[in-house]
Design a protein around this ligand. Structure first.
Ligand code: NAP
Length: 481
């Protein structure tokens, strides 16, 4: 079994305590690697390195920093196969999906190199005796805390954005699947990047994560993860009033109006419910289907879900792999149980596969509930699994807008209609940071991703995301002398 290292100040290091933990392949339950179990002292080492690296990094011109970003993109493309393989064995991402999504991570650095130059300041109109201008500056040391659902992409996206804006970085990847992040550390250590600019520390969120969030030398915490952890981070970060960018959970409504393209809505619905085994912040959380289409929608949805190929993610024929861990499978199964107990109608799945080869590995089969009521737990909480909640049928547009907005989350929402005016009305009235109409999709570096309400603060990607990783300074000069 390979022993992975953390990367601090440009060097490979073990945890100061010498402790490690074991990474497990969720498709086979085999132990695949040892990972350093860092703690507070390791987080402090990383902050020290990032803090010390800051003056030198700030002295570099944007052009120099952009060249480093391009070098990173090239190195990531050269090492694609190894990183893709880690996504498959450490997370359970189906090979085709891992391969298809990979370029987005590398492209983030090319994009960052290009657009950071456009993030300029401004001159403020003033009288003849004054010059007032705005500088956009880095925040300083950034802690980038990422979730397990897209282990590599989340790390690369935050790293590219933070570096583009001139910050030094400490990446705290998810404990459950940190191998690809640590491999990135190894790849980057071979490049001409000043030591300490990029650091990787592993260990639990409650020790390493909290040490980063409370350290006064850290200026920005960019966090993607659960709402619960996001709230904890807000509390802790408030002690030193840190800049925060929070990308949290969702319980995203998908609304299928009477005039919708039914087959399109079903196809897209099944695909996105099962994509990454439902472990996606943007997964459909609640399907609201007009009463006139309801029965046909359910029938076609179940037929589509039955066709999803569940299997070992390394097999190119697989479209859906396992969930990430035994613990997470238990959580998804508790949600399914609560749906049954609260009276939703289970029309597909719900049971753990028992036949080989799926009897090993953390598999959850595509599961479909219908007639889900608004107050049920499965309608209110994020399940993060391949479990579709088709709500009770609706009849009026006003009613469905209220139902869709009746949730603490506000990440994204989808509406299916052939009527553009209706689409725009729904887009205006739905309380979510991202609105999809008729199966359009959006992601990637140019797309400002981020939610309303308890789904978070700020955006990832685009110039809006870059703004969240930087700060504005105004300078006022008396030029009368
Ligand atoms: P999580 O449990 O909140 O963990 C996310 C990260 O935070 C991990 O690195 C974790 O470390 C760390 N952490 C945990 N407790 C911490 C603490 N007290 N202080 C500082 N850091 C701490 O989330 P997850 O289960 O990995 O990810 C799934 C969630 O992420 C879902 O809710 C999903 O919707 C959300 N998500 C949102 C977006 C978006 O763009 N809005 C995208 C992807 C995922 P450990 O791994 O060591 O616990």
């Amino acid at each position: 079994m390979q022993n992975y290292k953390m990367w601090i100040d440009g060097k490979p290091v073990d945890a100061l305590s010498g402790k490690t933990y074991t990474a497990v392949n969720p498709a086979t339950e085999e132990e695949i690697a040892n990972v350093p179990l860092g703690d507070k002292a390791d987080a402090e080492r990383a902050v020290e390195a990032a803090y010390k690296a800051l003056p030198n990094w700030l002295e570099k011109s944007r052009a120099e920093r952009s060249q480093i970003m391009i070098q990173i993109a090239v190195a990531l493309r050269e090492n694609a196969e190894e990183l893709i393989n880690l996504e498959i064995i450490d997370h359970g991402t189906p090979a085709g999906i891992a391969r298809g999504m990979y370029p987005q991570g590398a492209h983030g650095f090319e994009w960052g190199a290009q657009v950071s130059g456009e993030m300029t300041g401004d001159v403020i109109p003033s009288d003849a005796n004054s010059l007032m201008y705005i500088r956009r500056e880095p925040v300083g040391v950034s802690a980038l805390i990422t979730p397990w659902n897209f282990p590599l992409l989340m790390v690369l996206t935050k790293l590219a954005t933070s570096l583009a804006m001139g910050n030094t970085c400490i990446v705290k990847p998810p404990s459950i699947n940190s191998l690809s992040a640590l491999k990135v550390g190894e790849i980057l250590a071979k490049l001409d990047i000043p030591p300490g600019v990029i650091n990787f520390v592993t260990g639990s969120g409650s020790t390493v994560g909290e040490a980063l969030v409370t350290d006064p030398r850290v200026g920005l915490v960019a966090f993607t993860g659960s709402c619960e952890t996001g709230k904890r981070i807000m509390e802790l970060a408030s002690r030193t009033v840190k800049r925060l960018q929070l990308e949290l959970g969702g319980k995203n409504p998908v609304i299928v109006l009477e005039d919708a393209d039914l087959d399109g809505a079903v196809g897209r619905g099944v695909g996105s419910q099962c994509f990454n085994t439902g472990q996606v912040c943007a997964s459909p959380g609640r399907f609201y289907v007009h009463e006139k289409l309801y029965d046909e929608f359910v029938e076609k949805f179940v037929a589509g879900a039955k066709k999803v190929v569940v299997g070992n993610p390394a097999d190119p024929k697989t479209s859906m792999g396992p969930v990430v861990s035994a613990e997470h499978r238990d959580k998804v199964e508790r949600h399914i149980q609560s749906g049954i107990e609260e009276g939703a109608k289970l029309v597909l799945g719900g049971e753990r596969p028992t036949e080989p080869p799926l009897d090993k590995g953390y598999y959850v089969m595509p599961t479909v509930f219908t007639n889900v009521k608004q107050n049920m737990k499965i309608a209110r909480e994020e399940i993060f699994g391949p479990v579709a909640c088709i709500m009770e049928p609706f009849s009026s547009e006003d009613e469905v807008i209220d139902l869709a907005n009746d949730n603490t989350f506000g990440l994204c929402a989808t509406v299916w209609t052939k009527d553009r005016a209706k689409a725009i009305r729904f887009a205006n009235e739905l309380q979510a940071g991202v609105i999809f109409v008729n199966g359009s999709s959006g992601a990637g570096t140019e797309f400002p991703w981020g939610g309303f309400k308890e789904s978070g603060i700020g955006k990832e990607g685009s110039k809006y995301g870059l703004q969240d990783y930087s700060q504005v300074k105004v300078v006022a000069l008396d030029i009368s002398q």
